[in-house]
Design a protein around this ligand. Structure first.
Ligand code: C2O
Length: 502
């Protein structure tokens, strides 16, 4: 294994990915942001220097478990302080599992301003190696002409009594560079599809070519043949697509955004911002636009068979039930709540609180209003999310891939209890689960990764409304843990007191 190092100055860049020019958050004067690429077992080092001048920042490595490096997870107020301008912070961690991941700012609702990119961990023991000839990344995102701070300010006003989030202006595929792949008859292509969106799920269809799904988030699945895929914000799927020996035409590839949240559409179904890409077999033939689809029937990824065949963890030791609803704070501002409590961003990172409160770090009271849940080392934890809202929401857990034992269909209301539910014997593994409207999902994981891990809706606008809980995992093992001197220096420059070990 080797060390892969990236030196990144985070800077404002002018970009017009859909023709509309605006400042975006780029790296070393470039946007789109570069990929991180490594091989299982490698150490990744990112030396980040905040050159934005006017904003704080920070990076989260989405889906990376951060085993023994909880302090490198990245969310501001959770595992580190925001990184102020002209301040450097080093991230260093091992990539322990292969897969398609991504990195993004986890500070101040900043990633919709463009600060995100792919993180690919290659696998020398890939079970699908040899089944494909080439690989490419397809990133999809909703895109906004306004900057995030303005959009969040517009959302968090007392007049927004319907909790209306910002709506995207357009869709970007590969950050505006598009998707046009020259293909050859008889060859198979691996596409790593990542949805970076701040709110919209994406639909993907390769015309009449079959997609063989080989990974979901960072876990292998058994090559599931599908014709339409739905990818919720922050989710990933790797697919294999084969061009037949007899094929002659060029394949339109259709990507649409789920704009169900466009409440002006009374049918509740609205696929907008459709983008057509192409698998180009014969340049002399026209590149036809894809037919827009308004009635998608995507494959249900909750039934994809996991490659590892690991049985459901059972029984569980600890139950965390999260009832999600929108709520108003005492001043009438729109918020999101778990169990009637909204998450309040912390100054002192929650992990630092766990490290500095000695024996009381098993008492949720020391953490403030972060919806803390304490789990013991080795616990099998069951999380039940009851989504009481009329729209679907993608929930993400840091620090783990989890088993999805069950995801109920739309409209089933809250979890009725374990009794009689058809839990999967060999459940799929994810780090983001799309919970259906007015419905629930049941997840399990093993608490063997001491740290402080967020659990939140990956609609970035809902994070800014407080739709977050915090898993305090094995706090007895976090006491007196040291933090890197540069991370502590970032706190000092932010004026945030820290009373622990360097
Ligand atoms: Cu993709 Cu809390 O993050």
């Amino acid at each position: 294994s080797s060390v892969v190092t990236y030196d990144w100055n985070v800077t404002w860049v002018w970009a017009a990915p859909d023709g509309f020019g605006r400042p975006v958050v780029g790296i070393n004067g470039q946007w789109p942001c570069p990929s991180i690429e490594a091989t299982v077992g490698d150490t990744v080092v990112v030396n980040l220097l905040n050159f934005l001048g006017n904003q704080t920042t920070g990076i989260h490595f989405h889906g990376i478990n951060q085993i023994k490096t909880a302090e490198m997870d990245g969310p501001s107020g959770t595992t580190q302080c925001s990184v102020p301008p002209d301040t450097a912070v080093k991230y260093q961690f091992t990539v322990d599992a292969p897969g398609t991941y991504w990195y993004h700012s986890h500070d101040m609702g900043q990633y919709p301003d463009g600060f995100r990119g792919p993180l690919i961990v290659h696998d020398p023991a890939d079970p699908f190696k040899g089944l494909y000839d080439e690989e490419h990344i397809m990133s999809i995102t909703d895109w906004y002409h306004n900057d995030s701070i303005t959009l969040v300010r517009g959302m968090l006003t007392p007049s927004n009594t319907v909790f209306r989030p910002p709506f995207p202006d357009t869709i970007l595929v590969n950050d505006g560079q598009g998707f046009e792949i020259n293909v050859t008859k008889g060859k198979t292509y691996r596409f790593r599809i990542i949805n970076y969106a701040a709110i919209a799920a994406a639909m993907v269809n390769f015309g009449n070519l079959t997609m063989g799904v080989i990974t979901s988030d960072a876990s292998y699945v058994k090559n599931e043949a599908v014709s339409q895929l739905r990818i919720a914000p922050a989710q990933r799927h790797d697919i294999l697509v084969t061009v037949g020996d007899q094929d002659a035409g060029n394949y339109p590839v259709l990507v649409g955004l789920d704009m169900n949240r466009d409440w002006t559409n009374s049918s509740g179904l609205s696929w907008q911002h459709n983008y057509t890409g192409h698998m180009v077999l014969d340049l002399s033939l026209p590149l036809l636009a894809a037919e827009p689809v308004d009635q998608w029937l995507p494959a249900d990824d909750a039934f994809f068979k996991p490659y590892n065949d690991i049985a459901a963890y059972s029984p569980y030791d600890k139950l965390i039930t999260l009832d999600f609803s929108f709520c108003l704070d005492q001043n009438g501002y729109p918020r999101s709540c778990f169990n009637d409590l909204t998450y309040i961003s912390q100054q002192v990172p929650t992990l630092y609180s766990a490290a500095t409160t000695n024996d009381s770090n098993t008492n949720p009271v020391v953490y403030g209003q972060v919806n803390p849940f304490i789990v013991d080392y080795g616990d099998t934890v069951q999380i039940v999310i009851n989504n009481l809202d009329a729209a679907g929401h993608p929930f993400h857990l840091h620090g783990h891939q989890f088993q999805v034992l069950y995801r109920a269909a739309s409209g089933f209301g809250p979890w009725p209890g374990d009794e009689g539910l058809p839990y999967a014997a060999h459940p799929p593994w994810r780090d983001v689960v799309a919970v259906m409207p007015n419905s629930y999902a049941v997840l399990r994981f093993h608490a063997t990764n001491p740290g402080v891990w967020l659990f939140h809706c990956h609609v970035e606008w809902h994070v800014e409304m407080g739709l977050t809980a915090t898993v305090i995992e094995a706090p007895d093992r976090l006491r007196d843990m040291p933090f890197p001197a540069d991370h502590i220096e970032a706190c000092r420059r932010m004026g945030i007191p820290y009373q622990g070990n360097a």
